[in-house]
Write a protein that binds this ligand. Structure first.
Ligand code: 9WN
Length: 573
């Protein structure tokens, strides 16, 4: 690397650290994006090279969390987005299984089930140098790696993102290969899940009937102690002991069978095909094909597209119920659809093959009182239909709204609803209302869908990451007052706004100093091409523009900074 290239890289990366969300159109958006950034940066654990989902509840790295988190980082710190992804893949099993948790050895005991409980050493496929769980989560990863590449804004970050694609592609391909071979024994294009946690929507009422069919007595499972209940506001918001007993029962079944997928498929009482998981897989397959194209691997790209299309078609042919006009999960043990209307059903919009009738049937469901209401009175999509007997406002995946689901459904509505104005309207609504809610109450894990009040873990990373993605990708209005139509007595707490703008200003000053140093260098190094110099100068102009836009009254030195930047740019042109 030449000296100038090195300096250019430093400059580009440094400038990226303050140029968060150039597309933000209001001061409120800029502030919220900066607060979100502070959440992610606060949850970053350098020793693990990864980010905690939430500091009080989840002390390790989780799989789909890491993918959403990397999407957030991709807008301001390409290197960290890559670190996050690569840390997760260090836990990948030899057969391609990407575990739902990669454990942080420093905090082994603060989460149940911890690393020893999984007994992954019973499998010949377990990784040699990482402590992990033995189950999976939705495969958002190819989507996030592609986002890292697409969102890289500078030449230097684009280069490291391309290197990342080269490194990660074989691992992603192995991950998808595992899903399509080990988890699709009937070759339907639909993978099966063997644990509720694999869905990411852990205690959804969709699993209640399957769990009730599993007889568990204390002598059948190892003794265990939960640590989650004392860590949230109300223990009743967490899953029940009935649920945990069955979660543990299944883990024991896995290690008793050395994590052999064929044996588990034969013996497990819990085997489901999940709409959301498969829909994400289908979309991730397209992302994987795009990555293969970027890397010049047309045959791989073709194979990924074909597999993705098969999954997309199978979701609609097997999981769409034309009578209920909804997408349902499928119980492979009872060989029947699970007639529970949950938010994951709308996940079909993200990756299933649909015609206008399917899209419209989901849009009508969203407008129904069971979900958002005709007047769109709910804050965001509840995780379960409000008229389901298993619905509650505050218990985890039994009713509360989760930001990642709203993000996925919103994306699907905008893509699949191009000729359906109602779909586009709800899509916009979901984004605006989610941002409004977070701006008001903070970056929590889940939310009462009726009142918008926050629950579960606080400083929740994917809530922060996805807000960054929304604001950086489009620039959404953040109304100052929520137009809540509370259906309950809960009231919205004030947002815990932080002083990130101060920090922001400090970073800006440091960056300007670096810019000055580089400009001096550019002017004296005649060996470098005019093209490279032009690139740096273009960056300087962009940096000045950005600094002007971002300058806020919190700092008294704004005018000085503007003058300094102006002088630097003039001197160099
Ligand atoms: C079990 C980390 C994870 C999320 C899941 C969410 C919750 C864990 C738990 O937290 O699950 O994996 O202990 O409840 O349900 O989607 O990935 O944020």
């Amino acid at each position: 690397m030449s000296t100038l290239t090195f300096l250019t890289s430093s400059l580009l990366l440094a400038s990226a650290s303050f140029a968060l969300c150039p597309s933000a159109t209001t001061q409120q958006q800029t502030q919220l994006a900066n607060e979100a950034k502070a959440v992610l940066d606060g949850n970053w654990v350098p020793q693990m090279n990864s980010t905690l989902p939430s500091p009080n509840l989840y002390p390790h790295q989780w799989s789909w969390d890491a993918a959403f988190i990397a999407i957030g980082y991709s807008h301001y710190d390409t290197a960290r987005a890559i670190d996050e992804t690569e840390a997760l893949f260090r836990g990948q099993w030899k057969n391609g299984l990407l575990p739902h948790i990669v454990f942080n050895p420093a905090t082994d005991e603060s989460y149940f089930p911890g690393p020893t409980f999984w007994q992954i050493e019973t499998s010949a496929s377990a990784p040699d140098n990482a402590a992990t769980s033995g189950i999976i989560q939705p495969p958002v990863h190819a989507i996030s790696s592609l986002s890292i590449y697409k969102n890289a804004r500078t030449t230097a970050s684009k280069k490291i993102a391309l290197d990342h694609l080269k490194t990660i592609y074989p691992k992603l391909a192995l991950w998808h290969q595992y899903l399509y071979t080990e988890r699709d024994p009937l070759n339907e294009g639909l993978v099966f899940l063997r644990h509720m946690w694999e869905s990411g929507m852990d205690n959804s009422p969709a699993w209640d009937a399957a769990l009730e069919a599993i007889e568990v007595t204390p002598d059948m499972i190892p003794a265990y102690t939960r640590v989650d209940k004392g860590k949230v506001g109300h223990a009743k918001e967490r899953p029940t002991s009935f649920f945990y007993d069955r979660a543990v029962y299944l883990i024991k079944l896995f290690y008793d069978n050395s994590y052999d997928e064929a044996a588990i498929f034969e013996k497990s009482p819990f085997l489901v095909q999940d709409v959301l998981f498969n829909s994400i897989l289908s979309r991730a397959g397209i992302a994987l094909a795009e990555i293969a194209d970027i890397l010049g691997l047309p045959e791989d790209a073709q194979r990924n597209r074909e597999r993705s299309a098969k999954t997309a078609a199978a979701i609609t042919s097997k999981l769409y119920d034309p009578v209920e006009k909804f997408y349902f999960n499928y119980n492979m043990v009872t060989k029947s659809l699970i007639p529970k209307k949950i938010s994951g059903g709308f996940g079909a919009l993200f990756g299933a093959e649909m015609d206008d009738v399917h899209v419209n049937s989901l849009v009508q469901h969203l407008y129904s009182p069971a979900f958002l209401g005709e007047d769109l009175s709910s804050w965001t999509i509840p995780s379960v239909a409000k008229n389901d007997p298993g619905y509650t406002n505050t218990t985890y995946w039994k009713g509360p709204a989760w930001l990642n689901i709203n993000y996925i459904v919103r994306d699907g509505l905008m893509r699949k609803g191009k000729s359906n104005p109602d779909a586009l309207k709800i899509g916009e609504y979901l984004k605006d209302r989610s941002i409004e809610m977070i701006g008001k109450v903070g970056f929590y894990e889940y939310f009462n869908p009726i009142s918008g009040t926050p629950h579960g873990g606080h400083q929740f990373s994917w809530s922060a990451a996805l807000v960054i993605d929304w604001i950086c990708n489009a620039g959404t209005e953040v109304p100052s007052k929520p137009s809540s139509k509370d259906g309950e007595n809960e009231s919205l707490p004030k947002s815990a706004l932080s002083g990130v703008n101060m920090l922001y200003g400090t970073v800006l000053v440091g960056t300007i100093a670096l810019i000055a140093a580089v400009v001096n260098f550019v002017n004296t190094d005649s060996k470098e091409s005019e093209e490279e110099k032009a690139e740096i100068l273009e960056l300087l102009h962009a940096a000045e523009k950005k600094a002007r836009a971002d300058a806020t009254p919190v700092s008294g030195s704004v005018h000085l900074r503007r003058r300094t930047l102006g002088a630097i740019v003039r001197r160099s042109t």
